[in-house]
Design a binder for this molecule. Structure first.
Ligand code: ACO
Length: 428
């Protein structure tokens, strides 16, 4: 017999089906709650208990610290796969064969040129503009240059949009950074791998030949993989909800980029580095900042710590911490900020406040240290997160379209004034 949950309201009982996922997680299906109870809704600010969709892309167990893309452990993918393989896996559900992988990469390369007029938009931004705002705008502008991308009912046009955005995003990212630095734009080199090409476009200098550093290529590949998807977080839910109105892929992703920008989400990687630099400038007194983080009258939070879902180690943070050590060692860099980060982590893991609240380092705690070693400007950190998260946003948007999900439209509990009469201005 199908399992159900019983809800009792004022003596009347209502049954709701239980839905089980493939990892034995259980949800109460309340689709018919409002209709069957004559108007009752659930209230769950911040959606701490609300499943917005069924998804076959990413499995996350926050209590045990497990993260898997399409069934594959993040640890294994970070070690053995490359970013485009992971992108293919997330978007299409299986690891690509050699043939599928070559075709995918070639299709992306064919789309890796950006219309020259995009430069005019880029030029219109002041140099001080935050790159996340610029990237969000340029991504949205891609729709104007590729009008067929709004056809969300054709699988063929969807595929074109997918390879287009994967092809053009590295160009937009690199150009945004170069414009800020006053460097001439680089058009990339399609004979290179995806990550190599991104690095070349970001770091080449007009007067010298760019030489790839395998340490940086590996580190970047790993970082992009670790950021590639994380199920229904703030930006991904944004992408899905915007796409649920049948808005095109580029518009949906532009909205996701804006959601990622905030310091409580992807913007935390920039905030972490700024925090570590501030602690260093203040004499490296980690205890002082630990006390501030615990003081409820102080708005300061230990950035890069805590997570809505992980109540255990974020598995990505473990991998990134190791990678940070490796990259700094391989590049021969001694960064005092890494020591401050390690010191903070050690103190936090032993501190009752952090232990009680199950606050562990998240993906952003160590990623900035690697970006800094790669000489990526701090303001670009969240943009690097965005390029990593791109396959996840695409996969989630595509899944939502193929499952023909309804438009996302939450309810609310109105707590404002009840009906009242208009008062003319002279009587107020
Ligand atoms: N420093 C100090 N205290 C914290 C921190 C922190 N970083 N994070 C949570 N807490 C405390 C809260 O004050 C709260 O304490 P209380 O129960 O005494 O009131 C308790 O832990 C629970 O915190 P919430 O804010 O309710 O947890 P929520 O799930 O809403 O927030 C979040 C999660 C936003 C990630 C939070 O931990 C945070 O602000 N962290 C710092 C920002 C950050 O690193 N964001 C990146 C997240 S990963 C990502 O998006 C890619």
């Amino acid at each position: 017999m199908a399992k159900t949950a019983t809800l009792e309201i004022e003596g009347k009982k209502y049954e709701f089906p239980l839905v089980e996922g493939t990892e034995n997680e259980v949800a109460i299906d309340i689709k018919n709650l409002r209709a069957s109870t004559n108007g009752y809704i659930t209230l769950d600010s911040g959606y701490k208990n609300t499943g917005s969709c069924e998804s076959a892309i990413t499995f996350l167990d926050g209590e045990q610290g497990i993260l898997r893309y399409r069934g594959y452990a993040i640890e294994e993918l970070a070690e053995k796969a490359d970013f485009l393989e992971v992108a293919y896996l997330l978007i299409f559900g299986e690891l690509p064969t050699k043939e599928q992988s070559d075709k995918f990469h070639n299709d992306i390369k064919k789309e890796s040129a950006v219309d020259e007029d995009v430069k005019k938009i880029l030029d219109a931004f002041p140099k001080a503009a935050h790159p996340m705002g610029v990237i969000s705008s340029l991504t949205s502008a891609l729709t104007a240059f590729n009008p067929s991308s709004v056809n969300v009912n054709s699988e063929e046009d969807m595929y074109k949009s997918v390879v287009r955005i994967l092809g053009k995003m590295p160009v937009l990212v690199a150009w945004t950074m170069r414009k800020k630095q006053g460097l001439p734009l680089d058009y990339g080199d399609n004979s290179l791998g995806y990550v190599e090409n991104l690095l070349k476009m970001m770091f080449s200098r007009p007067n010298s030949c760019y030489v790839q550093n395998p340490v940086l290529v590996n580190a970047m590949d790993k970082l992009l993989i670790l950021h590639a998807d994380h199920e229904q977080n703030c930006s991904t839910s944004t992408v899905r909800i915007v796409g649920s109105s049948h808005a095109g892929l580029f518009a949906s992703i532009s909205a996701g980029i804006s959601a990622l920008w905030g310091p409580l989400h992807g913007g935390a990687n920039q905030a972490v580095l700024e925090m570590l630099k501030a602690i260093e400038a203040d004499g490296g007194d980690t205890k002082k900042y630990m006390a501030k983080a615990k003081d409820k009258s102080d708005p300061f939070r230990l950035m890069g710590f805590g997570h809505r879902v992980y109540k255990n180690f974020d598995p990505r943070a473990r991998i990134i911490k190791k990678a940070a050590d490796q990259v700094l060692h391989d590049l021969g860099i001694e960064d005092p900020i890494l020591e401050i980060a390690k010191g903070l982590e050690k103190e936090a893991l032993e501190d009752q406040y952090f232990v009680d609240r199950k606050l562990y380092p998240n993906v952003d705690f160590y990623s900035g240290i690697i970006y800094r070693a790669m000489e990526i400007p701090v303001e670009m950190f969240t943009v690097m997160f965005a390029i990593g998260r791109l396959p996840g946003w695409i996969a989630q948007w595509r899944e939502m379209r193929l499952r023909k999900e309804p438009i996302g439209r939450p309810r609310q509990l109105y707590i404002g004034e009840t009906k009242r009469s208009f008062v003319p201005i002279e009587e107020r």
